[in-house]
Ligand binder design. Structure first.
Ligand code: AHM
Ligand code: MG
Length: 337
């Protein structure tokens, strides 16, 4: 009897190759790049999972029992992603949250530019809370026989060729988009492979849940404050009051929002008048995924992905999640409610 399609396990590698075959003229470079990131994710995942036993293996900055120096996990993740991006000659420039300057690679003719946050939410590591890696991939615009310039990197999020994240949670998941929907993969540690979990994630249209650091309320714009007050008022007909869920790790908070729906907010506040989260390697890639899943991602004025960047590490206010939740917030921000 023929096996049903559902019974086949599909690895990340196989999925990437199958997806590439759907595009005539694809060179395979983006596929290779995604596979390289997948490999780095497995290595980082292994280290994150054993972070809790560092006392056995040695404290950060010291030498472990094997005589190797133990690095901070965010530095370790940064090193792994950098070497993954450098290995195939496909990337000409990379920008990491961990480095002030952009990094030009020897393969200056490489077609792609990659932004990444190697270990977002890393302050959560010490308390065993989920963290993540975020990446955002652009095609360079300048001719490949010339050295790429910083302006090559400063493209709006709408120009992303691909974006994704890895969540190091109770299981490790890799979620990405190349602009034709959102796919997720779960790492099976017993065989060391990311296996396809869902090839068309859709975010629910509305969900009575919000995610924000309420400790910063005193510095919020008036519209955000009015909206949060509104969703806390009791009205069974509109599923209010909403529930609050805030982990303080963007990948975790947005992964939950992607699967269950609701809204994630990081508005400007007194300490961060232009927002805290980084446009190029936090807001844009996560916004691309949320939009590709049918949700909305805005900065309070318009789509996050339309913001024209001025610098590689700039921050932006961000509101993203289920379409109806974000639309209602926008009514408050525009003073219509
Ligand atoms: P990081 O890149 O220094 O880890 O900061 C980003 C993190 C996000 O993961 C999270 O959404 C946010 O900072 C939490 O900020 P706060 O502690 O101000 O609520
Ligand atoms: Mg970060």
């Amino acid at each position: 009897m023929a096996q049903s399609k559902k019974n086949y396990l599909i690895t990340l590698e196989e999925y990437i190759i199958r997806s590439q075959n759907r595009f005539n003229g694809a060179t395979g470079e983006l596929s290779q790049l995604l596979r390289d990131i997948g490999l780095a994710a497995k290595i980082v995942s292994r280290e994150v999972n054993k972070a809790g036993i560092t006392n056995l293996l040695g404290q950060y900055g010291s030498q472990n029992v094997h005589g190797e120096s133990v690095k901070k996990l965010d530095v370790f993740a940064d090193d792994q992603i950098k070497s993954a991006l450098a290995r195939s000659g496909i990337v000409s420039m990379m920008i990491s949250e961990e480095s002030n300057e952009l990094i030009r690679l020897e393969s200056s003719s490489g077609k792609y530019i990659v932004f990444f946050d190697p270990l977002d939410g890393s302050s959560n590591i010490d308390v065993n809370v989920s963290v993540g890696t975020i990446f955002s991939i652009y095609r360079r615009k300048s001719p490949r026989n010339k050295s790429p310039k910083e302006s090559d990197a400063l493209q709006p999020g709408d120009s992303q060729a691909a974006a994704g994240y890895v969540l190091y949670g109770s299981s490790t998941m890799l979620v990405y988009t190349t602009g034709i929907g959102v796919s997720s993969f779960t790492l099976d540690p017993s065989i060391g492979e990311f296996m396809l979990s869902d090839d068309d994630i859709r975010i629910p249209e509305l969900h009575p849940q919000y995610s924000i650091n309420e400790g910063n309320a005193s510095g919020w714009p008036e519209g955000v404050r009015a909206y949060i007050d509104h969703i806390k008022k009791v009205d069974a007909g509109t599923m209010r009051p909403y529930s609050l869920r805030y982990i303080g790790s963007m990948v975790s908070d947005l992964h939950r929002t992607l699967l269950l729906g609701g809204i994630f907010l990081y508005p400007p506040n007194v300490s961060n008048p232009k927002g805290k989260l980084r446009l190029m390697y936090e807001c844009n890639p996560m916004g691309y995924i949320i939009e590709q899943a049918g949700g909305l991602a805005v900065d309070g004025k318009g789509r996050v992905l339309e913001v024209v960047p001025e610098s590689i590490h700039q921050t932006a206010p961000v509101y993203m999640g289920s379409r109806k939740n974000v639309e209602e917030l926008m009514e408050f921000l525009n003073g219509k409610k």
